[in-house]
Each structure stands twice: as structure tokens, then as C-alpha cells.
Design a protein around this ligand. Structure first.
Ligand SMILES: [Fe+2]
Length: 290
């Protein structure tokens, strides 16, 4: 089974700030009475921002391949004793999907399985990211959560969504503690979801990631965000596990965005051997006090 990340929903207190921020990254932005919606490819709504106090992720949307996979997954979750609920019509319209159901996953985060993500009426064009974003069979990006039990959360996702373990990173942090993280994939993207212990717990989400096709677009985004005075939380560097060349910037909410390129695909499950990396990055990625 292969389900990619289809959309992410956030509850944010500063919609105006997010509108400017998303445009600065290079996303296509649409504002309506219902909230703020962003595109990074041909799909109508990849990111949903609704107004609220949480300043955190509100839902992770996974795209089912078809009706059979959608129904099979729901039956599978039921067989595990995980309660699922239908999404209502208004919520489906907001997400621009045919239908979805939802359940509560690790760290209390809401997960949605959706069918029929609508395409936008116009092609995706971004002046700021002319080469576009990596999506397709890899989904829109990944979500990394703060966890108090990364092995338990990993087990949940492996059982519930048939996620496969990509690898672990156990790295000493500047404050003397150690980060323990599990990285999991549900599609060829090296990881669609990750659970990290030791990175804080102010919010459910540590960061979400988007991947650009071209390194120059990443470099220009890095310069653009610094010029706009956006705090860089982790400087440009390259990860040990997914080889992503990226930087992390503070968002208007309680989590970061990772903007990168060169992410590894896992196409051959048979030969993939999960390992434990002892450092987050091969080079760069200096943590900044913000
Ligand atoms: Fe990441």
C-alpha cells in the first residue's frame, strides 16, 4: 500500500501573518472567509489554515489511491480497534476532496484519509519557485511531531497505516540531552512522518517540510527569508538520513518549516535496511537561538 501526504491543516492565530509568510516561501495563496489555502502543485488545496488559538497542526491528510484502498484502510483501522468517523460535507468542501474519514493518532493528532483531491483550475506557477515543488507519488512533504514515546508512536503508524521504518537518528543536542527520532515512510518519500523525543513539547508539530525541485530555488528562499527578517532556526545543511539539503525557518506559529531539495526516495523496499544515524546532518544545520 502507498499513501502519500495529501494535505496539512493548521489552526493559527495570525492568518494575515501566514498569508504574507506563505507568499514569501513561494506558495500560491488563496484567502476566503473560511481561511487561508495554499497550493504547491496542481492540487487545489495542499495547505489549510483556519483561525484559532492552537498555533499547531490540526490535521494530517493522507491521500488514498482509490475507493478500494479507502474502504480497506477503514476496515483495517476498525480491526485494530481504532475508531474512525466520517468527515462532514462542509469539511470535505473546505479541503476540496470527495470524502474523508478521520481518526486520532499519536500525540493526539488528527489523521484523515481522503479520496479525490481536486485539481485546481489553473496550472501551478510561482515566480519565487520557478522550478516548482516535488510532490506526485511522494505526497506534498512530511510532518515531524514532538513525541514522548517515539517507539510507541512508530508502532502505531506501522500498524495503522502500514508505514515502513526508514531509520532512526539518535543525536546529542547542544543542551546535553539526546534526540531520539523515528522516521517512517508510506510512499517513496524517505519519510512522510517522524516522531522525535527531546526536541521540546510546546506543540504537537515540530515542523512540516516542503521540497523544491531546484537547489537555486532553495537558496533564493533562504536569502529571501533572511532579508525579510524571518528567524532561521536551523541554518542550511544536509541531513544524514534523507540527504535533504535544507534550512528551517520560524513560522508565525509554534512550529517551523523545513524548506529543502535533494530528498532521497525509497523505491526498493526489499533492499532498504533501516539504520541508526548518530547525527542529524552531514554538514551545516546549526541550531540557532531564536
Ligand atoms: Fe524534516
Amino acid at each position: 500500500m502507498s499513501i502519500g501526504t495529501g494535505y496539512f491543516g493548521f489552526e493559527v492565530s495570525n492568518l494575515d501573518g501566514w498569508e504574507r509568510y506563505a507568499d514569501l516561501i513561494g506558495l500560491n495563496v488563496e484567502r476566503s472567509d473560511e481561511g487561508l489555502f495554499c497550493r504547491i502543485d496542481e492540487k487545489a488545496r495542499r495547505f489549510h489554515f483556519v483561525e484559532g488559538a492552537a498555533d499547531d497542526i490540526a490535521w494530517v491528510g493522507w491521500e488514498a489511491d482509490g475507493r478500494k484502498e479507502f474502504d480497506d484502510l477503514r476496515a483495517h483501522l476498525g480491526s485494530l480497534g481504532i475508531a474512525t468517523q466520517d468527515g462532514d460535507e462542509a469539511s470535505a468542501r473546505l479541503r476540496k476532496v470527495d470524502r474523508f474519514f478521520h481518526f486520532v493518532g499519536p500525540v493526539g493528532a488528527r489523521h484523515e484519509i481522503a479520496l479525490g483531491l481536486e485539481d485546481a483550475e489553473t496550472p501551478f506557477v510561482s515566480d519565487k519557485v520557478p522550478h516548482g515543488f516535488v510532490t506526485g507519488d511522494q505526497g506534498l512533504g512530511h510532518a515531524a511531531f514532538h513525541s514522548s514515546d517515539h517507539k510507541g508512536d512508530e508502532k502505531f503508524m506501522r500498524e495503522a497505516l502500514f508505514a515502513r521504518l526508514s531509520d532512526y537518528i539518535y543525536q546529542p543536542l547542544p543542551d546535553g540531552s539526546t534526540m531520539h527520532a523515528s522516521f517512517l515512510h508510506t510512499s517513496p518519500r524517505h519519510h512522510s512522518i517522524a516522531f522525535a523525543e527531546g526536541l521540546g513539547d510546546g506543540s504537537k508539530l515540530n515542523h512540516f517540510q516542503i521540497e523544491m525541485r531546484d537547489v537555486c530555488d532553495v537558496g533564493r528562499a533562504y536569502e529571501r527569508m533572511q532579508a525579510a527578517g524571518i528567524p532561521i532556526m536551523i541554518t542550511l545543511g544536509q541531513h544524514s538520513n534523507d540527504r535533504m539539503l535544507s534550512f528551517y525557518a520560524k513560522t508565525p506559529s509554534n512550529f517551523a518549516v523545513e524548506v529543502g531539495c535533494f530528498g532521497l526516495r525509497i523505491d526498493d523496499e526489499e533492499s532498504w535496511k533501516p539504520v541508526i544515524h548518530d547525527r542529524i546532518s552531514e554538514w551545516g544545520h546549526e541550531f540557532q537561538p531564536v
